[in-house]
Design a protein around this ligand. Sequence first.
Ligand code: MLC
Ligand code: AMP
Length: 468
Amino acid sequence: MRLLSWLSESVDERPGAVQINDRGVSWVELRRLAAAVADDLHGLDRVAVEASTDLATVVGVAGALLAGTAVVPVPPDAGPRERDHILRDSGAEAVLVPTPGQRRGDYPDRPLIPVDLTRRADSSRPEPDPADTALILYTSGTTGAPKGVVLSRRAIAACLDGLADAWGWTPDDLLVHGLPLFHVHGLVLGALGPLRLGSRLHHVGRPTPERYAGAAGSLYFGVPTIWSRIAAAPAAARALRSARLLVSGSAALPTAVGTGLATLTGRRVVQRYGMTETLITVSAHADGPHRPDAVGLPLPGVRTRLVDDDGAPLPAGGETMGELQVRGPTLFDGYLHRPEADAASRTSDGWFRTGDVATIGPDGWHRIVGRAATDLIKSGGYRIGAGEVEDALLAHPGVREAAVVGIPDSDLGQQVTAYVVSDGVAESELIDFVARQLSVHKRPRQVRRVDALPRNALGKVQKSRLPE
Ligand code: MLC
Ligand code: AMP
């Protein structure tokens, strides 16, 4: 089956099948727009896509995937440091960009291919090998620059088919969300999902409670921050009563948010768990049992286990916590150019180490307890490496030392907080400095000045001893 099977085969010409902000197209029109992009790529191996919240992004990604060209999404607000790294590391040969007035980034060393939404084509080409790379997604580790996660066409297809099964996701659905189009949640599930499974898509731009309420969807995706804001806006939440399914993922959904939403909407929020490297591996089912504190059961073909600190398997008794390890058809092919990181991420018997601490009940239900490493922060559902933000801060001439942590936050889950030893640089200047170098969401929300960072005898920063 083709990766974008619905898009490739649909004869539906009704308008508004895929709508991003105010711009909608039919399935046939989207295919013809994407075919024009595929024609422009002339067999390129890898292309970057400036992934703004725009129809051009969906057209560009679809065109590249139809052509068999691997896609490297670039966050539209990525500063020069992050953008240059992604382009250089991925080896993207060109950049698909929206029309000139809409472009956000500068790409001085690469040919630009505009996604021209006035051009259509009727070309078609054979389906690429399922083992070929579909996406290279850049994601943060605890230290250093983001790593490229290589995802095959086969892994994406397996993930989407598993979710279709778990959620009863069909062409009868209208999917609504307002997630960024450069991560697994918004791009793989939220855009490639409809293009494979045939549900209509309405991307509302910014994910405000009012826009979710006004969209009249049957299926809604959100990160916990979005659901928590909707739960705090009762009128908007009540408008979701007509939906079939509300799905939360990318970070832990506070139980109170889930139960509050269930009361307001009459719909329970289904949770699912995943990672950039593994795609979605565990989910609750739309018509199955419900547990507000748990993320569900492994998807078809996925196996999971818990291990202790020495890597020894632990019993699935529901109480014992251990590191969650997974294997199955949705796993990535490796980190690009990073054989050591790759080797470290898997056990000798082929399981992927998620770094998440979990329990598994006798009934198979998984509960995510937290992360083993504190240097990976989840803020608003974004994964942010403390080391990358520290490196960005240290590039400022007035900063001598920096330590970054995630502190609990009722809106964002965790808030990026920086402790710096600096020569009197203003907090706002450092926040803006990081926002300009990296993506805006990686900026510290607060910067605290300290005289010195707490260190152990070996000189290593002890983050647990930073002032509250
Ligand atoms: C603010 N802004 C600045 C700025 N401060 N710009 C420049 N410099 C500064 N110092 C601007 C931003 O650019 C933005 O403008 C606006 O202010 C608001 O930005 P924000 O404050 O960062 O928004 P916030 O309210 O914090 O966003 C919350 C949120 C967002 C929930 C909408 O966190 C979000 O979209 N999260 C989704 C993350 C996600 O999709 N994760 C999935 C990972 S995949 P502008 O231009 O934007 O209006 C994964 C796998 C899985 O995890 O399991 O799913
Ligand atoms: P990312 O690589 O951005 O996809 O982030 C993956 C991480 O998000 C996982 O390792 C988890 O820590 C976290 N995560 C994703 N989904 C959930 C969930 N439903 N509950 C708790 N944490 C989650």
